[in-house]
Write a protein that binds this ligand. Structure first.
Ligand SMILES: Cc1cc2nc3c(=O)[nH]c(=O)nc-3n(C[C@H](O)[C@H](O)[C@H](O)COP(=O)(O)OP(=O)(O)OC[C@H]3O[C@@H](n4cnc5c(N)ncnc54)[C@H](O)[C@@H]3O)c2cc1C
Length: 460
């Protein structure tokens, strides 16, 4: 490979903060708000021009993980409840009480962008939009600064504690901290996917809907569509003038730019093929249109940090409890086929219809879970331990959101947005408490952290 030699250049340190939060998704923005509310000078760095991560940039909805397994009892409140109530006040989500009755919190992504801007501003979080974290500067197994790139050039941001909310553990990885990637067998993570919104979709009778669904399934069976389900009428968002479908699937590594690039074009092509089919063969759908595809393809899984503890599939299924619990999760081991197979393939379980045609199934079927072994106990939850947020190498780093320390199975449950927001609230609070007490993240009094989280409305 040809290389360029760049002579050493001085990089200006533009800001110094107590807590530098990297990435403004559910895990990052909640960390930033919590840290700032607890008195830390907090900077939040986000590459998009708005906050919310996949909740806005991926059009992902609804927020899952807010209630105990198969129940209406809340297990996450705190910032999640506040966000929901603020959304509800501007007609961007149902009320909190109504949300508890549903499987997830439906919301409007534009309203969420606005609410998160307001919450950050009120808390005193300094936000840097349109800023890519390009590198990390370390000394003695501590992060000294992150190197950022934006329209103002290449700069450095120094801090005392760094929260990795990039989803892909970019900060841990670039700092040289150990990370894992996908399942142990072949390093593959769950497949990516994109939501899309269709407009001009009329209501049709249940019988007619069955016929349309059969038409789409026929195309999927024949391999003309690579969707994993036929739910183009999905109603996952708060507003009813469009559908919100979660059908696309692309097997790729979100930590590889080539895969991200191919994935974007691939899912857009699928969406337009679907619209063509519906317009041509379903007279009622002649006027449907693509209202929007998600601004970025959605990664479900890439890198996890390696912490003193990794959340496992058994923890989920058994409803594990930990003395250092800082959040609760209830979503199940929801593994979207890492090889990207589509309808009738959905989840990676021992009942997968590909069976002997799947190399993973052939090698691992003795160890694979059945569908019955995916869920936490009914009415229960599993704890997320503080140790899963720590890095075994980098002393001043916390992970938040979907890149915490977890196995492939463990992260398949903990990755949903309600859980990521609860983890984020804990990460930001922990960072601020450590700064205030002038102790390391490893020395932090976790029972005090839990008390503060409870005072702030969280269940721990
Ligand atoms: C197709 C799909 C369907 C899903 N369905 C659901 C669902 O129905 N309900 C649910 O609750 N969850 C769902 N999820 C999971 C959920 O959306 C994610 O796991 C969750 O958003 C993770 O939050 P996060 O903050 O850890 O990461 P992200 O949401 O990915 O946010 C990371 C943020 O960091 C920023 N960032 C990343 N790298 C950098 C960098 N180097 N510099 C600057 N900024 C950076 C990104 O722009 C982004 O804003 C789904 C995910 C996918 C992909």
């Amino acid at each position: 490979m040809r290389t360029l030699h760049e002579p050493a250049r001085e990089i200006p340190i533009v800001t110094e903060a107590d807590v530098v939060v990297c990435g403004g998704g559910p895990g990052g923005v909640s960390a930033a708000i919590a840290a700032a509310r607890h008195g830390a000078k907090t900077l939040l760095i986000e590459r998009h021009g708005y906050l919310g991560g996949l909740a806005t940039a991926g059009l992902v909805a609804p927020v899952l993980g807010h209630t105990a397994s198969e129940s209406h009892i809340p297990i996450v409140e705190g910032l999640l409840r506040e966000i929901t109530e603020r959304l509800n006040a501007i007609d961007g989500a149902p009320s909190w009480e109504d949300s508890l009755l549903e499987w997830g919190i439906r919301f409007d992504a534009e309203a969420l962008k606005y609410v998160l801007d307001q919450m950050c501003a009120e808390a005193g979080v300094q936000v840097l939009f349109h800023t890519q974290i390009a590198d990390v500067f370390t000394a003695d197994d501590r992060i000294e600064a992150v190197i950022i790139e934006n329209k103002s050039g290449r700069q450095a941001v120094a801090g005392r504690i760094f929260v990795d909310g990039t989803g892909d553990a970019d900060i841990a990885f670039r700092a040289g901290a150990p990370t894992t990637h996908g399942r142990e067998w072949d390093g593959r993570g769950e497949s990516m996917g994109s939501f899309f919104h269709l407009g001009g979709v009329p209501e049709v009778s249940a019988e007619r809907m069955r016929e349309i669904t059969e038409l789409i399934e026929h195309e999927m069976e024949d391999g003309r569509f690579a969707f994993y389900n036929s739910g183009f009428m999905g109603k996952n968002t708060h507003h009813r003038d469009h559908t919100s479908a979660n059908m696309t699937r692309f097997a790729g590594d979100s930590a590889r730019n080539a895969d991200l690039t191919r994935g974007e074009a691939y899912v857009r092509e699928q969406v337009w093929e679907l619209v063509r089919l519906l317009r041509a063969h379903v007279p009622e759908m002649a006027d449907i249109y693509v209202q929007q595809t998600s601004p970025q393809i959605g990664p479900r899984e890439s890198r996890q940090i390696v912490g003193p503890y990794a959340l496992t599939g058994d923890d989920i299924h058994q409803g594990a409890r930990f003395d250092d619990a800082i959040a609760r999760g209830s979503w199940w081991i929801d593994i979207h086929c890492p090889l990207g197979h589509t309808y009738p393939v959905h989840l990676c379980t021992v009942e997968c219809p590909r069976g002997v045609n799947c190399p993973y199934w052939v090698a691992e079927h003795d160890h694979m879970r059945s569908k019955a072994e995916l869920y936490p106990p009914k009415g229960g939850w599993y704890d997320i331990p503080y140790r899963a947020l720590l890095s075994i190498r980098i002393a001043n780093l916390l992970a938040s959101g979907r890149c915490i320390s977890a196995t492939h199975e463990g992260m398949a449950g903990a990755r949903v947005m309600g859980t990521c927001i609860a983890i984020g609230q804990a990460a930001g609070t922990a960072a601020a408490l450590a700064v205030a007490a002038d102790v390391s993240l490893q020395e932090l009094d976790v029972q005090q952290l839990r008390r503060v989280l409870r005072e702030d409305g969280q269940y721990v």
